[in-house]
Design a protein. Structure first.
Length: 114
C-alpha cells in the first residue's frame, strides 16, 4: 500500500506562487507513474502534470511554462511548483500514484484570488 499526503495549498493572489508537496509512505524509487491532478468546483478532475513510465514529464496545456513537477526519491516526495498563478488555477490538487493499483491523496486546496 501507498499513502499519499499533500501539503502546501493555500490562498494566494494572482501572479503569485505556491509549491505543493506529496509525501509518500513508502519509497517512490520504483513508482514510475506519479501525477498531480486538480478538480475545480463543478468540474471534472483533470491531469495537471505527471511523470511517465520513461521518466519524462508531461503537462496540461493550461499550465505549461508556469508549473514544474519534480520528485525527490530520497525524501519519498513529489512536488509541484506553481508560478504565475491565475484564478482559474483554483482547485483541490490531488497527488496520484500507480503501484500495482491506483492511490490518491486527500487533496490540498489552492485558491487564487484576482
Amino acid at each position: 500500500q501507498v499513502q499519499l499526503v499533500e501539503s502546501g495549498g493555500g490562498l494566494v493572489q494572482a501572479g503569485g506562487s505556491l509549491r505543493l508537496s506529496c509525501a509518500a509512505s513508502r519509497s517512490i524509487f520504483s513508482i514510475n507513474t506519479m501525477d498531480w491532478y486538480r478538480q475545480a468546483p463543478g468540474k471534472q478532475r483533470e491531469l495537471v502534470a505527471g511523470f511517465t513510465s520513461g521518466g519524462a514529464t508531461n503537462y496540461a496545456d493550461s499550465v505549461k511554462g508556469r508549473f514544474t513537477i519534480s520528485r525527490d526519491n530520497a525524501k519519498n516526495t513529489m512536488y509541484l511548483q506553481m508560478n504565475s498563478l491565475k484564478p482559474e488555477d483554483t482547485a483541490v490538487y490531488y497527488c496520484h500514484a500507480v503501484y500495482y493499483m491506483n492511490y490518491w491523496g486527500k487533496g490540498t486546496l489552492v485558491t487564487v484570488s484576482s
